[in-house]
Design a protein. Structure first.
Length: 224
């Protein structure tokens, strides 16, 4: 009798385990929950823009999000922020890893076309590690036009700013590696514009206007 009970328990456990997601697998229900909340965050779903992507090369604390938000409002594109994605992952109980962020991003872009005709995507993250993969993914969706912005900031100033961020403890151990990746990326890939900042040199309104103009010219976006 004991053997039968033990075997029955083992079978039940195996059946339960077979219904659970394997390591690295995220249940689609959680993807969808994050997606539904992510949609509410996007400001310009009702706009219509031609297909194009605006990309950034730069490490944490260099000012990518500052510029991305400016560009988002100027061109009324869809700004996709990894920081926002990570916050939703925490909220809905998903482990925040590069793999999970990447998988959710693929899920997001597989569905977003059903909810908007706005095809101007502003990727508020660095593309240094995954540039070719990103370009290939968007090309497969018919988005081939792109504009690449390289941001450089004095090393010590970048570290100082990083210490003020909530994710400093996670980023600082790898920061020198990210800086090296950023440098190597710049040697391999031509960008459309360089933005170089220091502790005292920040973007002026005239420089931001010049950046907008270059984006318009390259991506053929009409002035509103």
């Amino acid at each position: 009798m004991k053997f039968i009970v033990t075997l029955s328990l083992l079978i039940s456990q195996l059946a339960f385990a077979s219904t659970q997601p394997s390591a690295g697998e995220i249940p689609e229900a959680k993807y969808q929950k994050i997606f539904e909340n992510h949609l509410k965050y996007l400001k310009y779903l009702d706009e219509v823009n031609k297909p194009a992507i605006i990309l950034f090369s730069g490490t944490q604390a260099m000012g990518k999000s500052f510029l991305a938000r400016k560009i988002e409002d100027e061109f009324r594109g869809l700004r996709i922020s990894n920081n926002v994605i990570r916050s939703y992952m925490v909220e809905f109980g998903l482990e925040v890893t590069r793999e999970n962020v990447s998988k959710y991003s693929e899920y997001f872009f597989s569905k977003i076309g059903k909810y908007t005709k706005n095809s101007l995507i502003i990727l508020d993250s660095s593309v240094c590690r995954k540039y070719e993969k990103i370009k290939k993914m968007f090309a497969s969706k018919g988005i081939k036009e792109s504009f690449l912005i390289r941001i450089d900031l004095d090393y010590e100033e970048a570290r100082r700013r990083l210490h003020e961020r909530n994710d400093a403890s996670m980023v600082l151990p790898y920061f020198d590696n990210y800086i090296q990746q950023h440098r190597e990326f710049g040697q391999k890939h031509a960008n459309d514009i360089d933005v170089t900042l220091t502790e005292t040199v920040q973007l002026t309104d005239a420089q931001i206007a010049a950046l907008y103009q270059k984006i318009r010219q390259k991506l053929k976006i009409p002035t509103r």
